[in-house]
Design a protein around this ligand. Sequence first.
Ligand code: HEM
Length: 406
Amino acid sequence: MADAVEQAPLEFDPFSDRYFNDPYDLYRRMRDEAPVYFNEQYGFWALFRHEDVVAAHRDWQTFSSSHGVDLSSLNTDPEVIKRYRLIIMMDPPEHNRLRALVNRVFSPRAVGALEPMVREVIRGYLAPFDDAERFDAVADFSGPFPVEIICRMLGVPEGERQQIRHWLDLTLHREPGQMDPTPQGVSASIDMALYYLALTREKRRHPVDDMISRLTQVEVDRGDGAMTGLDDAEIAGFISLLGGAGAETVTKLVGNAVVLFHRHPDQYRKVLADPSKIPAAVEEILRYLPPSQYQGRFSVADAVYNGVTVPAGYPTILVTGSATRDERVYDDPDTFEIDRPASLALGFGYGIHTCLGAALARMESRVAIEELALRWPSLAVDEDACTRVQMSNVAGFSSVPVHRTA
Ligand code: HEM
């Protein structure tokens, strides 16, 4: 594999099978030979080194989020993007004002209080397989549980929560060579938006104790000193972001965890012997196989990296998946080692847009691995039967069949 990559022309295509299946050898070549890269086919720039990715995250004045954060939205009219009203697609000062509305809900302290609920949901998905010889760690477990948790927090009624995940899967899916969603993906995103809008209207009429209801009651400073409430479309946008960001990524992290523990049984043994190592294992999984492989930005001024100018006016992607394997920063970056010294959790992004849900994601992932270790202390993955997703920005598996080994 490495040889084939060495000889192939140096091209990074985030909509290719080569990328979807295993981009890591290619990332190494990009870091060494073209750390600041222009892709002519899709017309984007990309940064591959850790130092450059961190610097670009920090420089939000040059690398704006307001044109979108994936290559499809980055190629859409920015006026359309503005209408989505998503904090992930905003720059300061508007970004700070709106993010502040939900910051408290996701603080480590507030998230700590959710642990009993999170554990109950996670156990509910694992318990039916306690006497089984096999199960699918993603389809049966890490796929359904995170969306259940975030939807409970938001106030999406039971019975409607898994539909959100099916819509999200369709929205994020990309056919090889295609930057934009499929027609099914477009119609799924419309269905989801209409669903959230109707739900918001319902909560405004009949508020209860959940996040959507609370968002119908808050007021925000729009920058002119006047405080106004959020309209229904703004709330629908907000919750679609929380629902999406809070579901797909944890699914991928926990699926990746199972595959990595299978490939590195010595690391799984460490977790089994000492569960207090699980938080460190979560950080290493995030570094080794980050669920969100790249963050999109739009350059609004020229910026020079490694002697190469990224000109103003281009979609630019900060390739997290490459940065967290950069040998300039990590010793033996391609070794999966849960006892590795702590480092910047770039897998959650960095700077002003750093993951709002990081504390929740860490807790969900820790509890999932704790419960998995209790119930499946000896496991093997049928790697030939695993299925990878082909998605924009997000990488991981949609199916990881597991069986007991003892
Ligand atoms: C392992 C799981 C997760 C990973 C790997 C992850 C990763 C990320 C990354 C890389 C960003 C930065 C995006 C950018 O810079 O453009 C981000 C932002 C964000 N994440 Fe997460 N995330 C995870 C879980 C969650 C959860 C559980 C939530 C809960 C709601 C969440 C909500 C958000 C939100 C709202 C933003 C946008 C923040 C902003 O723009 O200020 N994420 N996440």
